[in-house]
Design a protein around this ligand. Structure first.
Ligand code: B3K
Ligand code: ZN
Length: 906
């Protein structure tokens, strides 16, 4: 297991490993919390009055309250001064009565809080972020999710500077106070009717304006929804509000879960460590996931806003009403809530084809981000066993793989069965802090007789075993017996601390295609008649055999339809079989997947070839022709076509290889792109003409699919122009960039020029900046596009260094820092992995620099070299050296220290 160098210190605290097995219930319960804030950027005063009682279920012990970077002024027990001691960061009180009132007075300096955890200042307003352990930066507390209390909060501040004062729950009182040195002061008192853990506490104070909407629930209750933004941004809040209204309606309709608050608020801030936060009744969002109008936001932004607004809203039940007993159970709320937001977005799509597109997009995220995580030094089970810094475990494994685990439960019990399970989960656990076991048990118990109920202990291995299982499939057709036998064998590679894995429960959707492309009726040997043409078989053994009968000719198997499990499927398809699936599979996921397999196969062959520089034509005519057919297909949606024509990413290709040369992968993928651009030039023109006009802007799936395909066509046409010398299409692209009526078309045109490396890109970039200089989120795109541009002759790193000197750049703003640094280090592999190691040196400098400002942002960036041990030389040694350089820094945060220590242990 992970060992930390034991002489290391993180600030005042040594880096301690927290183990799931060590969980003990708290020694005290906190029933009520009454907080009073005197808000001042330089010195905010916090008076915290709590009612506590001893937990009779655990042995009597001292009360140990968490605190961090607080100035402690006073501690009273039942109104009397008392002795206390400090144990590291903890405030310890001995010899307490069974029930008592505790009053603690502290001060903090929000203006200097660059970590953006706890109470901080952004654009002259106050915000909080408490999950996971930020509340201890506001006051001393039992800062753990199983301590649920009733909160009342009074905020006091200068009225002119902070006219809006918000906290969780209901506003019960507001008024003026005596004048302060800066003029009139006022207050607002908020009472939250629901008990909550401290990580859901929030306050906001500042000059904000709001869009407001009254709604009536199905049950006839009235609610007020509000979206708060800075003055000037109100015209960008309509989509967030619509998304919120859809979310409220969806949760009632699909799961019978109503809004339980009179008032539900969303507030946007431009300084935020992540996407958004589900504080009870007062969600705080990164502006990126709130603000949108057609001039500034792309279709992708619109759809991200819809899903993040939904996600945070759905947490109100899955996370807030039922929360986590401890942070090891994080996926209890995150995996489930990602599953819910994915289902929400799919349900809003309506059309089956748009649902499939959403599913493919979700799987693409899982496979390009989570599969590598599960194979690297940060691999951990969906319910981890240990951590040093919990912030490092807000991962794609907890979120996306966790969502797949919940999705498999739904697959095993059916959609209605799953809804029944959710109802039972709320009946049993509403208002409590529970575990992943409690959730799985409720879904199983509501579905007695289901595969899930029968297999529950084995199914739960998905929570305890890390790593991506592989399912190896083989098919044999016996013409004489008219049978087709599929053998499915599963395995899972060792991960840190888990050498041997037990078999998983793996639901596998499958069908068989006949020579005409139609699905064959499915009948297994023991069945009396054929039933259906697509079904889900449930694997439980290391190897299993399925024999289908009445199969006249060798079929093409379509396995893992709909991506029913987060596994790698291996089947030795011939090209002809893949082309058949691409042309005919009734399952859209596997239809897309067949195209990806064809592309991966060609890329890998070319990457492995001796030729260097790489083969200029990795693609054969059959592949090109298949892509041409997809492009002109009369019934496939534009969005689906765009997904099929998008080549597997460099990261995905890297994961298919044992030894990775990022330069070579990039060169091969670029050669493939170039080849498709030239070979299909005429087709791209037709596709562009057919899809370029989408009428008045709406971000619906059909028109955004057409914009995506038109954008892809432009990008291909500009790329072709770079070899053919064509000037017409780059000129048209520049014109479209200038004339575009929405950001999607404008940004796609700009990207087409930048990604092809066309000389017109420079003037378009300059114009883009001038047009949007006051729109921070658009300027983030401008930075990101340049930091992520294809590398031609090593020019990206110098450009990135230049961008960091731009007056608009700031290391302190997470969105801005990520737009340049993370894009370069984590989304531009060929530019980052340089043979001269300059990318790695740049990375280590930035990680150390950011670590001193904001450890969470630094630790995310630190993960850019997670997969160093797979790299070919000279990258491998240079990468390791860069990681070691970071790890050697003496005052590193425990966030970054944990990431680099694990990386070095790989
Ligand atoms: N629960 C928050 C994430 C908090 C991250 C803390 N480091 C957002 C979400 O998942 O909805
Ligand atoms: Zn979440």
């Amino acid at each position: 297991m992970l060992q930390m160098p034991d002489d290391r210190e993180n600030g005042q605290m040594p880096a301690v490993v927290v183990n799931r097995a060590d969980y003990v219930a708290p020694a005290y319960w906190i029933d009520t919390v009454d907080l009073c804030f005197d808000l001042d950027p330089a010195k905010t005063r916090v008076l915290n009055k709590m009612k506590l009682r001893r937990n009779p279920d655990v042995p009597t012990q001292p009360l140990k309250l968490d605190g961090e970077e607080l100035n402690l002024a006073r501690v009273l027990v039942n109104g009397q001064g008392t002795s206390f001691r400090m144990e590291g960061n903890r405030l310890v009180l001995d010899n307490l009565p069974d029930d008592f009132e505790l009053e603690i007075f502290t001060t903090t300096c929000p203006a200097k809080n660059t970590k953006l955890m706890g109470l901080y200042v952004s654009n002259d307003s106050f915000f909080t972020q408490c999950e996971a352990e930020g509340f201890r930066r506001i006051t001393y507390f039992l800062d753990r999710p199983d301590v649920m209390a009733s909160y009342s909060v009074t905020l006091r501040a200068d009225k002119a500077l902070y006219p809006v004062l918000l906290s969780n729950g209901n506003l019960v009182e507001q008024g003026m106070l005596e004048n302060g040195p800066n003029g009139p002061r006022h207050f607002a008192k908020w009472v939250d009717p629901h008990k909550k853990p401290s990580y859901l506490f929030a306050l906001v104070a500042g000059q904000l304006v709001s869009r407001e909407q009254r709604i009536t629930s199905r049950a006839g209750k009235e609610h007020t929804l509000q979206v708060y933004v800075r003055p000037g941004d109100l015209d960008k809040t309509e989509h967030a509000m619509n998304s919120l209204m859809h979310s409220v309606a969806w949760d009632e309709a699909r799961f019978g879960l109503p809004l339980d608050l009179e008032r539900f608020m969303i507030v946007a801030t431009s300084d935020f460590n992540m996407g958004a936060m589900e504080n009870k009744g007062l969600n705080i969002f990164n502006t990126k996931y709130v603000l949108a109008n057609q001039a500034t936001a792309t279709d992708t932004d619109y759809s991200n806003i819809e899903s993040v607004v939904g996600h945070e809203y759905f947490h109100n039940w899955t996370g807030n009403r039922i929360t986590c007993r401890d942070w090891f159970q994080l996926s209890l709320k995150e995996g489930l809530t990602v599953f819910r937001d994915q289902e929400f977005s799919q349900d809003l799509c309506g059309e089956a084809s748009a649902r499939a597109v959403k599913r493919i997009e979700d799987v693409r995220v899982l496979r390009t981000a989570q599969f590598p995580e599960d194979a690297g030094p940060m691999a951990h089970p969906v319910r981890p066993d240990s951590y040093i810094e919990i912030s490092n475990f807000y991962t794609v494994t907890i979120y996306e793989k966790g969502a797949e685990v919940v999705r498999m439960m739904q697959t095993l019990v059916g959609r209605e069965g799953f809804a029944r399970g959710m109802t039972l989960y709320f009946e049993r656990h509403d208002g409590k802090a529970v575990t992943c076991d409690d959730f799985a048990q409720a879904i199983a118990d509501a579905n007695p007789g289901s595969d899930l109920a029968r297999l529950l202990p084995q199914f739960k291995r998905w929570y305890s075993q890390a790593g991506t299982p592989r399912v190896h499939a083989q098919g044999v057709h016996d013409a004489a017996a008219r049978t087709y036998t599929l053998t499915l064998a599963q395995s899972c590679a060792p991960t840190a601390g888990q050498a041997v894995k037990e078999p998983f429960v793996i639901p596998v959707g499958l069908g068989l295609l006949g020579a005409d492309g139609a699905d064959l009726p499915l009948q297994l040997a023991h069945e009396t008649a054929a039933a259906g043409t697509s079904r889900t078989v449930v694997l439980t053994q290391a190897s299993e055999t399925l024999t289908f009968v009445n199969v006249d000719a060798e079929p093409v198997p379509s396995i893992l339809r709909g991506f029913t499990a987060p596994v790698v499927l291996e089947f030795d398809y011939t090209d002809a079989q893949l082309l058949h699936l691409l042309a005919h599979d009734s399952d859209p996921f596997n239809r897309w997947e067949a195209g990806q397999r064809l592309a991966v196969r060609r890329a890998i062959k070319s990457i492995a070839a001796v030729a260097y520089p790489v083969d200029a034509a990795p693609l054969d005519e059959a592949y090109v022709q298949a892509m041409r057919s997809v492009l002109h297909h009369p019934r496939l949606d534009a969005a689906f076509k765009e997904l099929v024509l998008t080549l597997p990413s460099e990261t995905y290709l890297a994961e298919q290889l044992d030894v990775v040369d990022p330069q070579r992968i990039h060169a091969v993928r670029e050669a493939m792109r170039q080849q498709l651009a030239v070979a299909l030039a005429g087709d791209w023109q037709q596709v562009y003409e057919a899809n370029q006009g989408t009428g008045a802007y709406t971000p619906d799936p059909t028109s955004s699919g057409r914009r995506a395909l038109a954008g892809m066509a432009l990008s291909q046409l500009c790329l072709a122009a770079m070899t053919t010398g064509d000037t017409v299409w780059p000129g048209k692209t520049l014109q479209r960039f200038k004339d575009a009526g929405n950001m999607t078309d404008r940004f796609n045109a700009l990207s087409a020029l930048v990604s092809s490396g066309h000389p017109l890109a420079a003037q378009a970039l300059a114009k883009f900046h001038a047009m949007f200089k006051d729109e921070a989120l658009v300027i983030d795109k401008w930075f990101g596009l340049q930091a992520g541009a294809p590398d031609r002759s090593g020019n990206v790193l110098p450009a990135v260094r230049q961008l960091m000197k731009h007056p608009d750049f700031s290391l302190r703003n997470p969105n801005r820092a990520r737009s340049v640094i993370s894009t370069y280090c984590q989304a531009n592999p060929a530019a980052f992995h340089r043979t001269d190691a300059a990318g790695y040196v740049f990375w280590s400098d930035r990680v150390m620099e950011l670590d001193a400002i904001n450890p969470q942002v630094a630790a995310r960036l630190a993960r850019a070299l997670d997969r160093w041990s797979k790299l070919a030389e000279p990258y491998r040694s240079a990468a390791r050296e860069a990681i070691a350089r970071v790890a050697a820094k003496t005052d590193l945060s425990k966030d970054t220290l944990e990431v680099v220590t694990r990386a070095l242990a790989d």
